[in-house]
Design a protein around this ligand. Structure first.
Ligand code: SF4
Ligand code: SF4
Length: 366
């Protein structure tokens, strides 16, 4: 049961009241995405309107409307689409700088490079006026069957998301460019210095949860984000309220204590960093903190009550190859290079290579 997962993953005894779970169910069932917060202590939610006003409507080119783009995005298989004005993200810039100053990016020096581009899309694409953000759900219908098997992050079950999202995004961009409106654009999928989550949040697709993930009511956080920059004005969406409220499941459940404050990740402690980004040997201090994770880590998402409403993805490319989810603990430790190549040929796991995966397995303790 999804409910039980949310309450017990991590086995640290954290609890939210049944009343709050019921409230989340009620909001999601009613489709009330725009709600006025889980107020501290009161656990109250109230609707704040049926839709977003579109203040830029007068500026929109009638040959290419926001509504048409959103409709087309859904037709191409995306699970959500929102649009925001392309402008400098001053608050995010300050937050990013503080994060970098504290060294929370660990050895990911590239995070600090082009920081000015990350927070201002017009520096990435001259003339950008609108940011189109799309979501693609990757929540799987099943997970690994052996409870003792080293755990693989769900996003790595199927084909590398960079390829899948980029293909769809390019098709959407082609569609936009092929219309009668004079427009130029560029697509981004986690490949350029762009704060995708911040843009998706501004476009009303969700809020940035305390686990630093974008949480979309009704969809949860197991979604990839793609971004298009275009040089025409469109109708812009409004952000939704932050609905984390007084919940701290993700912070309490993190075995590495990497969420040092709400929405602040010390990457140097995070299992995802240690099993994917870090190229060096895994230090002794982290040996017992991998929590049986072999590539990536979903713990702070698995425990999030908003993911109880995640529905399985519809993207065939995200299906795991035959046999992957059925691998036993022994299978994992006996994995050879030929099997690795067959199972992960198109997967994001290729990023660490066979040796990197073996390194991670070596660091998993009983
Ligand atoms: S991914 Fe894992 S280690 Fe990183 S913050 Fe989330 S729970 Fe902690
Ligand atoms: S688990 Fe974390 S991200 Fe999810 S609602 Fe609770 S505080 Fe927010």
């Amino acid at each position: 049961m999804r409910t039980d997962d949310a309450r017990h993953n991590g086995q640290r005894g954290y609890r939210l009241s049944n009343a709050l779970f019921a409230e989340i169910d009620r909001v999601v069932d009613a489709g009330m995405w725009a709600v006025a917060g889980l107020r501290n202590g009161t656990k109250e939610m109230k609707a704040i309107g049926a839709g977003n006003p579109f203040p830029s409507k007068d500026l929109e080119n009638p040959a290419l409307t926001a509504a048409a783009i959103k409709e087309e995005a859904l037709r191409f298989g995306f699970d959500g689409c929102g649009i925001s004005r392309a402008e400098a993200l001053d608050e995010d810039a300050a937050r990013l700088q503080k994060w970098l100053d504290r060294g929370y990016h660990a050895s990911m020096a590239y995070m600090g490079r082009h920081a000015h581009k990350r927070v201002d899309p017009t520096r990435l694409f001259e003339g950008a006026r609108s940011v189109i953000s799309v979501l693609l759900n990757y929540y799987p219908s099943g997970t690994q069957t052996d409870p003792r098997a080293p755990v693989l992050a769900k996003y790595a079950y199927g084909k590398d998301y960079h390829t899948v999202v980029r293909e769809k995004l390019n098709r959407l961009l082609e569609w936009i460019l092929s219309g009668s409106a004079p427009v130029h654009g560029r697509a981004f999928v986690d490949t350029a210095p762009l704060l995708e989550k911040a843009w998706a949040a501004r476009a009303g697709l969700g809020w940035i949860g305390k686990n630093t993930c974008l949480i979309s009511p009704g969809k949860g956080s197991f979604c990839f984000i793609g971004t298009l920059l275009v040089d025409i004005p469109l109708q812009y969406d409004n952000p939704v309220d932050d609905l984390c409220g007084d919940c701290t499941f993700c912070i309490d459940a993190c075995p590495a204590k990497a969420l040092v404050a709400p929405r602040t990740l010390d990457a140097g402690r995070c299992i995802s960093y240690w099993t994917i980004e870090n190229k060096a040997a895994i230090g002794g201090a982290f040996r017992d903190r991998l929590a049986n994770r072999v590539f990536g880590c979903d713990i702070c998402q698995d425990v999030c009550p908003w993911n109880r409403h995640a529905v399985p993805h519809r993207e065939k490319d995200f299906d795991a190859p035959p046999g992957l989810l059925e691998m036993t603990r022994e299978d994992w430790f006996n994995l050879n290079e030929e099997q690795y190549g067959r199972l992960f040929q198109h997967s994001a796991v290729k990023r660490v290579g066979f040796e990197g995966l073996k390194r991670n397995l070596d660091r998993i303790v009983d």
